[in-house]
Design a protein around this ligand. Structure first.
Ligand code: GAL
Length: 672
């Protein structure tokens, strides 16, 4: 373990369990809960996350008795506790005293109490009250034998991140003063010469509230950064309090790295601030092949953790309750989902939640112990998964081996998603998903990386959407290619700087030199319009986007056959230094991105694995052993070649040069 707080204290196996909300049940049910938890192999539960109103009944009036009894019961049964600070739901009495701490949306409407996460993160009253309950919990439970991990808040950033009230406006101005020092600097960074927005007094600078037409993009981008920082500061306050009063216990807060519902936080910054990166992931239930998005979420979480092991703190045993059609998981899917997270670096699999709620907004959400009780498929699968995870304890601490990297930057997305872009059909998140799917189907294991990160270890780097680029990232990519890397860049990347300003000269300003080309004009396509690309004896199809590419050193590999840019280059390759840089100027499907990947892999010297479709193979490398996870998402049995003989850990069977993975099953081979 590379740093002292990198694992829940006293947990000597993979983490298995879930959110446990016993306050919704009479205490006699708790005994049955822990008995069943033991039967299922549960090792840790998350408690107290939403319990502020039960712990502090009125300001300064506390009732910790029930939590004392609960933690004692868990301890008696050998179950570790991930203890929440309940600061995501301040009690009704708090809002009675401080209605101004309810957040205001962009339209100026104040939210009401009654859901959760109704918080103005700039409110001093909220900050004080949150710290006060955190302090009480830390003082009371710091040395409780059940305590393994602190779970601060819950999913910062959702359901609302920004508050547009006057307190937040003043906070925003302080943040801007730190960043720009003077108003002329701010005016220049925000380009306020446009539409007469120039500021002469700080008091006139406000949050980007609803405007009659498109607002200032640089102002909106700074607002997104400010919002992230304000929330992160609140996390740090609680974390520092816990570190001070409860030394030796790691602190986490559950991220939602790849969920499109939570794009308001820059998790690159957050990952550095937690002791253990933990993540929540929910399938888009209706999506075909939603295991691909799951894999992406796990890979991204591992990247946010700096490659260190991380922890899946929530997913679902079956259906959720908040999508349009909450499709139940099919038999075996629960295990495959959990194992795929573990394969990609999670040190366990936890769920929302242990026992299904009878009342409240989430009563139709699946649980480890469903309404149907133990005479149910879900329960049988939960027990069986507990046993399987129990046999994988030795994978702890091993690290995933990746073949390539994908660049990912939340700040670039915030910028690209603002109003008035050349085509709203070109969505950065969709591009990232599609390019990831292409890599997945090539059986490449990818890490995600920040555009300024050292990329030297990767033979191949993919850039599906990087509209905003800093000078440092531009230099970084050029260095990477010159030193022998293979870079593949998608259209509408390298277009603006960190203030959403176009650098002088033709697009793409930050990438012209490395790609060896300029773009004379964008040529977005009509809804449903497609263009044909020909080259390499292969035709590809693009939609949404085309453009007029002018090679300036790059070679044309595919050209547009039709559409606005017919006859012009569509996909290019630029040999530079010891490496090469590819450019894809249209929006291609995952299959067609795959055709470019095949060429790029050969440039990068990557030998593609010959594996059946939808058989996911990932390796974790430990100090003494290698682990090969093979997850068969298909409906036919698959054979996976093995690098060396070993032992299959779920069946205990010895294996030699190949492994049969039955349809829908997972196998984990340990090699010496
Ligand atoms: C999560 C949240 C849980 C629960 C779950 C339902 O995002 O952290 O508290 O609401 O969703 O899917």
């Amino acid at each position: 373990m590379d740093h002292p707080l990198s694992w829940p204290l006293g947990l000597d196996s993979l983490a298995y369990g879930g959110d446990y909300n016993p306050e919704q049940w009479p205490e006699e049910v708790w005994r049955e809960d822990v008995r069943l938890m033991r039967q299922a192999g549960v090792t840790m539960v998350s408690v107290g996350i939403f319990s502020w109103a039960l712990l502090e009944i009125e300001r300064g009036m506390y009732n910790f008795g029930w939590l004392d009894r609960l933690l004692d019961l868990l301890d008696e049964n050998g179950i570790r506790a991930d203890l929440g600070t309940p600061t995501v739901v301040p009690p009704a009495w708090f809002y009675r005293e401080h209605p101004e701490a309810l957040p205001v949306n962009r339209e100026g409407i104040r939210y009401e109490f009654g859901g959760r996460g109704a918080i103005c993160h700039s409110s001093p009253a909220y900050q004080d009250a949150a710290l006060s309950i955190t302090e009480k919990l830390a003082r009371r439970y710091a040395t409780h034998p059940a305590l393994a991990l602190w779970h601060v808040h819950n999913e910062y950033g959702v359901p609302v991140s920004a508050c547009y009230c006057e307190t937040s406006a003043a906070h925003f101005r302080r943040w801007l003063t730190d960043r720009y020092r003077t108003l002329p600097e701010l005016n220049s960074a925000w380009g306020t010469a446009f539409w007469g927005q120039r500021y002469v007094q700080w008091q006139d600078v406000r949050p980007p509230r609803l405007t009659p037409t498109a607002g200032n993009p640089a102002q909106q981008l700074d607002w997104a950064r400010f919002t992230n920082d304000a929330i992160l500061d609140n996390f740090k306050r609680e974390r520092d309090m816990l570190h001070r009063l409860s030394p030796g216990i790691p602190v986490t807060t559950n991220f939602m790295t790849a969920l499109s519902q939570c794009e308001s936080l820059d998790y690159w910054a957050w990952g550095r601030e937690v002791d253990i990166v933990s993540n929540d992931h929910y399938l888009v239930a209706e999506a075909e092949r939603n295991h691909v998005n799951l894999a992406m979420s796990a890979d991204l979480t591992r990247a946010v953790a700096g490659g260190r092991p991380w922890l899946l703190l929530e997913h679902s045993t079956s259906a959720v309750n908040w999508q349009h059609r909450n499709i139940a998981k099919r038999p075996g899917e629960l295990a495959r989902n959990s194992m795929a997270h573990v394969a990609r670096g999670s040190e366990g699999a936890m769920f929302f939640q242990w026992r299904a709620s009878r009342f409240g907004a989430e009563k139709f959400h699946s649980a480890m112990l469903p309404h149907a009780g133990t005479e149910s498929r879900i329960w049988r699968e939960v027990v069986s998964l507990g046993a399987d995870l129990g046999s994988l304890g030795s994978v702890r601490g091993s690290r995933v081996k990746a073949d390539a990297a994908i660049l990912w930057d939340w700040q670039s997305w915030w910028a690209q998603k603002l109003e008035w872009r050349p085509s709203t059909d070109l969505d950065p998140r969709e591009r990232a998903d599609t390019w990831y799917a292409a890599a997945y189907d090539h059986h490449l294991t990818v890490d995600f990386a920040h555009p300024e990160a050292d990329l030297g270890e990767y033979p191949l780097v993919l850039v599906p959407a990087l509209y905003l680029m800093t000078e440092a990232s531009s230099r970084n990519l050029a260095r990477y290619v010159r030193n022998g890397g293979t870079l593949v860049v998608s259209c509408f990347s390298g277009i603006v700087d960190s203030h959403d300003t176009v650098p002088p000269g033709p697009h793409p300003g930050a990438l012209r030199d490395v790609l060896g080309l300029t773009v004379e004009e964008f040529a977005p396509l009509r809804a449903g319009e497609q263009v044909l690309l020909a080259g390499e004896g292969q035709q590809l199809t693009g939609d949404v986007w085309s453009e007029f590419v002018v090679p300036r050193g790059a070679d044309t590999v595919w050209s547009y056959v039709d559409g606005p840019a017919a006859g012009h280059p569509a996909i290019t390759r630029h040999p530079l230094g010891y490496g090469s840089a590819w450019y894809v100027s249209s929006r291609l499907s995952a299959r067609d991105v795959g055709a470019v990947l095949t060429r790029a892999c050969s440039d990068a010297g990557l030998i593609e694995r010959r594996l059946p479709h939808d058989v996911e193979v990932v390796e974790r490398v430990g100090a003494t052993n290698h682990y090969l996870f093979a997850i068969n998402h298909s409906s036919t049995d698959a054979v996976v070649p093995l690098p060396s003989p070993g032992t299959e850990l779920l069946t205990g069977a010895p294996v030699t040069d190949e492994l049969t993975v039955p349809a829908g099953a997972t196998r984990v081979v340990r090699h010496a």
